[in-house]
Design a binder for this molecule. Structure first.
Ligand code: ME8
Length: 643
């Protein structure tokens, strides 16, 4: 099922740089990366664009709050996007910044084109504006909140207060595109994935489209409007242009690139910005004489406790923290598998860890481990090409073949979670096959049958690794390396898997487990219990530690150290010993003089600042955090053993 077009252009939304990227930004970018890799796997040339949205009131306000100029503010934040994408192996081919000269010139050229076609005219706008969403809010989309005696009009999308604005503005004649848009949706039923969302869009367009204000006189942090520098281009109009300015729109020498890549094959976005991409953007492109994108992948929201994860709600999950704890591939897998692309999904650490433990470590990782362990035990690493297969192996091969077809179908439809579900059904089947065949029992008597089971398992794992590469680029390379296959997934095609023939030889390699199971996080309370439990030791263990009483006869600071104090201690029959203590910051030497303390006396002597310590003085932190010496209640003979 190889796509006959040889090129694939995929984009992500460009993110507002008001803060570092969060899990929601990663999610859109990851979906685009998986689709980009999926098309690379088919041997297509891929253009993958992502970037940052750097103009408008929202950015200007955020910069002001941070006490910085807008350019300085965004310049400091943009590297955090590139860094996160690099850690998560996002293989974009271009990163666009809307403050770049190329983008600004391209956006101006696009608006100029709309002026020339007569689809942009100057008039006056009055309405309610939501700065966080950077959009005018129609009356029907507003909610009213009464605060004291005042009614505040809230944005229907984000629930925050709107403010009234009246200004001279340029309008885009959106109303003229109502019928053309409806005809376009009808002619392209696959324009929006998932299809259900098309109905929302059609209903919105059918209600009637008003002309769109596309300039501001009150926002200076933006791209100057062509031929009227008192205005800046409305941030959304300008931002949408990034998808073509990145190709070189407006630069005569780049016309060929625009023609080569546009229309985009896939634009990934969250459902919050569907209207901009499914209505305004296609209409503006039509007005400029260009085609709308081929397809939009509109995904749901990642939520935390049923609420959308967002910067303004302060409930964002930091992708870098997840990366540090679990690594990139397990998080990539979790996001693709757990959250259905077409729905909202709740993020939880428990689900993430559960997926890593059961799907990755148990189902996939253990299968590889068990095979390699057996290969090692019977010293059979070299698996030659098999020409005759048992009935069960043939059945497994045909399951593999079916899975490949299902997987491809789902991926072509951008149903990544369903593609993974069908793959895991197959992985379960491979585990069942391995279990039924009991290769550990036949290894000694029937070497041929033993090798056949390993080979069928290796073929299955190779199929899994190749298809899974778009989702877990590193782990699948490790998996292939353990099978002795060093093929680079990015260069291979699916044809071999589609044929379904098993004709490979393998050279198995001993390797580290593919996935590490996360250690369960214990609640604080049970952690304490755990400490109590592990604190139980046998009396013989205690007997190993020799504790004696001793009287301090000398205490002085060790030269060159503000911590160490040298003590001479009288241990009675055990003699006199030198003990160093690190309590010099809390206590002066006089504090120790003449006191009888308890010492560990059988530690291996240890040198500190050139002096040997032959014991350890016991102390415990007081409530004020100052070490208090542990002493016998009554004076006892020096050198008495504590039992
Ligand atoms: O809207 N779950 O930028 P933005 C899933 N600059 N995806 C989420 C998410 C969540 N909780 N939160 C954010 C903008 N996203 C404009 C876009 S494009 C020409 C201009 C993702 O930084 C999702 O894709 O607010 C959403 O559409 C996008 O980030 C919004 O990012």
């Amino acid at each position: 099922m190889i796509d006959e077009r040889r090129r694939f252009y995929v984009t992500t939304p460009i993110y507002y740089v008001t803060a570092k990227p969060h899990l929601g930004s990663l999610y859109s970018t990851l979906l685009a990366d998986v689709m980009a890799r999926w098309h690379r796997l088919q041997g297509q040339e891929v253009m993958f664009l992502t970037g940052t949205d750097e103009h408008g009131q929202k950015i200007a306000q955020a910069a002001e709050q941070a006490g910085k100029g807008p350019q300085e503010f965004i310049d400091a934040l943009v590297p955090s996007f590139a860094d996160a994408w690099q850690k998560y192996e996002i293989g974009y081919t271009q990163f666009i910044r809307t403050s770049s000269a190329r983008h600004k010139a391209g956006a101006q050229a696009f608006v100029k084109r709309l002026l020339e076609t007569g689809d942009v005219y100057k008039s006056r706008y009055e309405g309610w504006y939501c700065t966080p969403c950077e959009t005018f809010v129609l009356q029907k989309d507003q909610a009213i909140s009464t605060q004291g005696d005042v009614n505040v009009l809230l944005c229907g999308s984000c629930g925050r207060a709107t403010h009234f604005m009246a200004e001279e503005t340029y309008f885009f004649r959106l109303s003229a595109y109502q019928d053309k848009l409806l005809a376009f949706y009808q002619a392209h039923p696959d324009f929006i994935t998932p299809r259900e969302r098309t109905n929302e869009v059609i209903a919105f367009v059918k209600e009637g489209l008003k002309d769109l204000s596309i300039s501001r006189t009150t926002v200076s942090w933006g791209v100057p409007f062509p031929e009227d520098p008192a205005h800046t281009i409305y941030v959304w109009t300008e931002a949408l242009c990034n998808y073509i300015t990145a190709l070189g729109y407006g630069v005569p020498s780049h016309e060929v690139d625009v023609a080569r890549w546009w229309p985009a094959d896939l634009q990934v976005l969250g459902k919050d910005i569907i209207r901009f991409h499914a209505v305004y953007w296609p209409a503006m492109l039509m007005a400029a004489g260009m085609k709308p994108p081929r397809r939009l992948l509109v995904h749901g929201w990642i939520k935390v406790n049923q609420q959308k994860m967002s910067k303004s709600l302060g409930n964002v999950v930091d992708p870098l923290q997840l990366y540090a704890t679990y690594g990139a591939d397990p998080v990539r897998y979790y996001l693709c598998r757990q959250i259905p692309v077409n729905q909202d999904g709740d993020f939880s650490i428990e689900d993430l860890e559960q997926r890593i433990t059961s799907d990755l470590a148990n189902d996939l990782g253990n299968l590889l481990n068990r095979m390699i362990l057996l290969a090692d035990k019977y010293n059979v690493f070299d698996l030659p090409i098999i020409t005759t297969w048992s009935v069960q192996s043939l059945a497994l091969r045909s399951q593999a073949w079916d899975m490949v077809a299902q997987f491809e179908r789902h991926m072509q439809a951008c149903e990544i979670h369903l593609a993974l579900a069908s793959m895991w059904r197959f992985i379960h089947a491979v585990n069942a096959y391995f279990h039924e065949k009991q290769p550990w029992k036949i290894a000694a008597q029937d070497k041929h049958a033993f090798i056949e089971v390993l080979s069928a398992t290796a073929h299955s794992l190779r199929t899994v690794a190749v298809l899974l590469w778009p989702v877990m680029p590193s782990k699948t390379h490790e998996l292939l390396a353990s099978l002795g296959h060093r093929e680079s997934c990015s260069e291979r095609t699916l044809e071999d898997l589609e044929l379904g023939t098993w004709h490979h030889a393998f050279l198995l390699k001993k390797s580290e487990p593919l996935f590490v199971k996360p250690q369960p996080q214990e609640p604080e309370e049970s952690k304490e219990k755990h400490v109590e439990q592990t604190a139980h030791i046998a009396i013989e263990d205690f007997a190993k530690v020799e504790l004696h009483t001793g009287t301090i006869t000398l205490a002085e600071r060790v030269a060159g150290s503000d911590k160490l104090i040298r003590l001479m201690v009288d241990f009675g029959p055990l003699g006199e010993r030198q003990v160093l203590t690190g309590m010099g910051k809390a206590h002066a030497p006089e504090h120790f003089m003449g006191k009888q303390g308890i010492f560990v006396t059988n530690f291996k002597p240890r040198k500190m600042m050139g002096l040997e310590s032959q014991g350890m003085l016991l102390a415990a932190d007081s409530e004020e955090g100052i070490p208090a010496l542990l002493m016998p209640e009554a004076r006892v003979a020096n050198g008495t053993r504590i039992k």
